[in-house]
Design a protein around this ligand. Sequence first.
Ligand code: SAM
Length: 349
Amino acid sequence: MVALAEPTPLRLYPLLPETKPLPGARDAYGRAMTYLRISLTDRCNFRCLYCMPALGMKFQPRDELLTDDELLRVVGLCAELGFTKLRLTGGEPTIRPHLVDLVRQMKAFPGIEELSMTTNALLLGRIADDLAVAGLDRVNISIDTLDPDRFKLMTRGGRLDLVWRGIEAADAAGMRPIKLNTVVVKDQNDHEVGEMAALTLDRPWQVRFLEIMPLEGVGAVHDEGLVTSEATQARLEARFGPLEPVEADAADPARLWRIPGAAGTIGFISPVSAPFCAACNRVRLTADGKIRLCLLRPDEVDLRDMMRAGADDTALLQTMRGGIWRKPWGHGLAEGERETVRGMSQIGG
Ligand code: SAM
């Protein structure tokens, strides 16, 4: 008789070596969502030509927007899901009432490691210190030109001197590194990218050049005004010589470079010519309480109506997890997808 070997006990569980649970809610492609961009309002005190149409802009009635309590509830649930980074945006976040209190309360949620804001900085000069004390870590400031007349044209009425004061106030309040966002638009400010980049020569700032995206109301501005990052880089290299690559965080959509010897860095954000969807770790919360799964796709998960109908936290968390699981793979611009319902200011850029 052949002696049978002792059977190896089946090890059905655990199949994988023991690991700590991964942070963040996962989508079906395995991407962990850890970064929430929060639109505090759909309103803005500028009317940038690549963001809003000249006429016919409609804003939502205030009772359709999340109240402070509703907003904080959603942010707290996101913290529970494993989100670690928050960015306040809009519309213009600095015109939201109680902003300093909201910052303080959001930063206090366990697990929230970084709280930042994207702003046009018009009002920042007055509130930068209070925001820093409340817990705002950093700001990205949108500024497309250093020429006051052109600034007025591109923002349809904005004052560059006040914005510059806002940038200086953020710097003085210690919100570092200061990042400046410049949307490059053909025949508007593309000839000025060298002046913007030159700001980094003696300042430890990051100047980022963005490709214009085709959102609702500004599709034609995109079609006529797109300047690729490659073209912007070529223009900068013609002036400053070859840029040096700088290592960036893998989840950062900006590819970083430096003018040799400069104190700061230059970033290129290229959603049109080089999409970064594979590394996407973010979802957005619109001012009216929808989780927007991808900037350029209409898929949204409504939380406001659920909350107003009395849903408990368990139900909300389950809906959020299920929604995030369905996050689209990518924005599909290359396949001709267009956002035709919401503009950037309504989604939260
Ligand atoms: N009002 C704030 C500001 O100006 O920074 C925050 C909201 S704004 C919608 C956020 C960012 O989106 C800004 O840096 C703006 O330049 C950018 N943006 C707006 N429309 C865009 C578009 N069509 N393509 C690319 N970026 C856009």
